[in-house]
Design a protein around this ligand. Sequence first.
Ligand SMILES: Cc1cc2nc3c(=O)[nH]c(=O)nc-3n(C[C@H](O)[C@H](O)[C@H](O)COP(=O)(O)O)c2cc1C
Length: 341
Amino acid sequence: MGLFNLPPIWMAPMAGEASSATLVAAVSAGGGFGQLGAAYLAPARITEIAADIRARTDQPFGINLFCPQPWQPDDAGLDAYLARLAVWHAELGLPAPTRPAQFEEDFEAQLAATIAAKPAAISFVMGDPGAARVAALQDLGFTVLGTATQVSEGLALQASGVDAVIAQGYEGGGHRGGFLGTPEGALIGTMALVPQLVDALDIPVIAAGGIADARGVAAAQALGASAVTVGTAFLLVDECPLSPAYRAALLAARDADSTLTRAFSGRLARGVANRVTRELEGLVLPAFPQPNAASRPMRQAAAKAGQADFISLWAGQALPLSRKPGSAAELVAALTRGWTA
Ligand SMILES: Cc1cc2nc3c(=O)[nH]c(=O)nc-3n(C[C@H](O)[C@H](O)[C@H](O)COP(=O)(O)O)c2cc1C
């Protein structure tokens, strides 16, 4: 056991198709620290999934939420985006897209459900939860984690009192988790970011981004990380309930197919390029979460229809390293060998 009495290998929280009790429990039962990406879950689902994880394992797990981000409604921008989606809706045989009735879940209600679920750690991304909230959660006994993509964010999170900072390097899959300046202004690779955060902070740093095998784990340890968090590689383990089209696209992609895009959500994220990322390249979109909510029906229908061109194929640059078949426990064991070597 290591940091906070947790194993050194953590599975990154992954909101969306991968946020399943089966996967989180398989990681924790398999000797890693599984984390549930709860950002898109209704509070009642957080409660249900956490209970399901508990029923499957008595090992600790974490829950992750997106910090609430202020955004301006942009009806004209949203309508322009819906017009682009309409073409793909037609290809998928879906009715024309409409303005979503709800854009995001209620953060306070999600947090209340998260607290009631009693995970070992609560992690935040895309923001600084602030000193008052961090202290309140710590008083309740939680380990509180924040996510930084640059040193200034790590310092802000440390000032708010978090127990540790996750350093999210440029290589990583999914949304960029930073919150100061623009995401494009903080595209720092894991190799450069982790040691700079380790030097700047007095609290532990957990490395994320591009770590997919024992070599990456050993490298992160050499850079001073106190644990590692791995996302993309866990997408391809047996217990991950990825749709067949998403899985097939990940299995076929090359390193150079990885791209940063706002096309699906309005917020910069890394995934495998497809028609949506290519055809919307350069288009100015309304702020997150408006496109995220608007594109959800298309993404879900595309996953069912086996159409990877219309799915947000979030994955990191180390994707081709992640393709060893096997279970979550086998991947945890392989990664742990890099930590203990
Ligand atoms: C499919 C997917 C979904 C993700 N969702 C979240 C999320 O909900 N919250 C979060 O903090 N990070 C999320 N991330 C980012 C991960 O926490 C982590 O930074 C990243 O996966 C590490 O890089 P790697 O993918 O190269 O392992 C996601 C990543 C992926 C691939």
